[in-house]
Design a protein around this ligand. Structure first.
Ligand code: PLP
Length: 405
């Protein structure tokens, strides 16, 4: 439910960049959120793959409260312990040797693009600047990252775009091999395209990309903003796909809801960033880093990753069964708790139906439903989702038949 006042004031005072669902969420617990009237919703959106520990996780709440009382922000003119500890934690559990912190996914990708260009310039000369990205990708909403994003709809009206980008078909090695030249500084992709409709990169394709990049000293950048932090059942998706990048970006789940992004790189690449080459006022502040450190600890110490893996399989199976029972479901794709369901019908209408039945889901394109719940989602929550989808699809079938009679 939503009060008229809130709806009208939002319409009056906010720039109208979003189409919002007609509810006002006031609190959350685990995998559930509650609206103004106290109505419960099972959360399969998770703040768009952000709330990996769910809502109100006691360790996260306590850590944020303590740190807020002690020190929120001082800038990177000084040392703060949470930032260094978080960097060490990420380095200890990834391919990377060093980390740069910022505040969002787009900024993490900006850092990655700048790092790749500077690496190209220093190692190979000023002509080495091009970044090849994928069609149907998503890398953020800043000017460089909408240019990196291989979708016209996010670029339209913002031209001129950034020079130095080219687009290849995802999962097509031949296409990219033909595009690589002396100008190519980096190849950047999501191991699983999230916003683009949940498409998983093939292992052989990634392996071939890795070999190509190594052979020609082209940097391989994985945008794990959505796939990182346990989403797919391992801390990072690349661990399951058998290929290590040179640079990786993180954000979304990293802070469990606190805004924080990170650009990670191996030493030979990270060394290119020297004092003054890149910066962020808020980047890596102690409050955000304390939150992220807590997220990392809970993921690595506890059973959350195991649960994410098990629940990911359970969700995939539930959705696949649903596909077998309903003709409107074309395909189910994904890895772990990043799952997509492609439909024959408008996904937005199904999102609205789910909301009315107490389940939050979202649509990434006209016909794809995406499920990115907190990693603490339970079997019961998943059963509720599948029952809800089943009821909606059955109801629609009956309605369709009525129209035809
Ligand atoms: C969400 C997303 C981004 C952008 O993150 P913001 O924090 O919104 O800037 C970039 N890349 C991928 C893969 C994403 O899913």
């Amino acid at each position: 439910m939503l009060t008229e006042e809130l709806r009208d004031d939002a319409a009056k005072y906010l720039m109208q960049t979003y189409t919002r669902q007609p509810i006002s969420i006031v609190r959350g617990r685990g995998s559930k959120v509650y609206d103004l009237e106290g109505r419960e919703y099972v959360d399969f959106v998770g703040g768009i793959a952000v709330n990996v520990l769910g809502h109100g996780h006691p360790d996260l709440v306590r850590a944020i409260q303590r740190q807020a009382a002690q020190l929120i922000h001082v800038s990177n003119l000084y040392y703060t312990e949470p930032q260094v500890k978080l960097a060490q934690m990420l380095v200890d559990h990834s391919f990377a040797d060093r980390v740069f912190f910022c505040n969002s996914g787009a900024e993490a990708n900006e850092a990655a693009i700048k790092l790749a260009r500077r690496y190209g310039h220093e190692k190979h000369g000023a002509d080495r600047f091009e970044v090849i990205t994928m069609k149907n990708s998503f890398h953020g909403r800043t000017l460089a990252t909408i240019t990196a994003t291989g979708q016209e709809k996010v670029q339209k009206g913002f031209e001129p775009l950034m020079p130095g980008f080219a687009y290849a078909l995802f999962n097509d090695f031949g296409a990219i091999e033909a595009m690589v030249s002396e100008n190519t500084a980096a190849i950047m992709l999501e191991p699983i395209q999230g916003e683009g409709g949940v498409h998983v990169a093939d292992r052989d394709y990634l392996k071939a990309l890795r070999e190509l990049c190594t052979r020609r000293d082209i940097l391989l950048i994985f945008d794990e903003v959505q796939t990182g932090m346990g989403r797919t059942g391992t801390l990072f998706a690349y661990e399951q796909l058998g290929v290590k990048p040179d640079i990786m970006t993180l954000a979304k789940g990293l802070g469990g809801g606190m805004p924080i992004g990170a650009c990670l790189a191996k030493e030979s690449v990270a060394a290119i960033f020297t004092p003054g080459t890149h910066a962020s006022t808020f980047g890596g502040n102690p409050l955000a880093c304390t939150a992220a450190l807590t997220v990392c600890r809970v993921l690595l110490e506890g059973h959350v990753l195991d649960q994410a893996k098990r629940m990911g399989e359970y969700l995939a199976k539930g959705l696949a069964d649903c596909k077998d029972r309903h003709r409107v479901v074309r395909e189910v794709r994904g890895l772990g708790l990043l799952q997509g369901m492609e439909l024959d019908i408008d996904a937005k209408a199904v999102v609205a139906d789910c909301l009315a039945r107490g389940v939050l889901v979202n649509a990434t394109s006209e016909r794809v439903l995406r499920f990115v719940p907190p990693l603490v989602i339970t079997q019961r929550d998943i059963d509720k989702l599948i029952e809800t989808l089943t009821a909606i699809f059955n109801h629609r079938m009956v309605a369709e038949k009525d129209v035809h009679h």
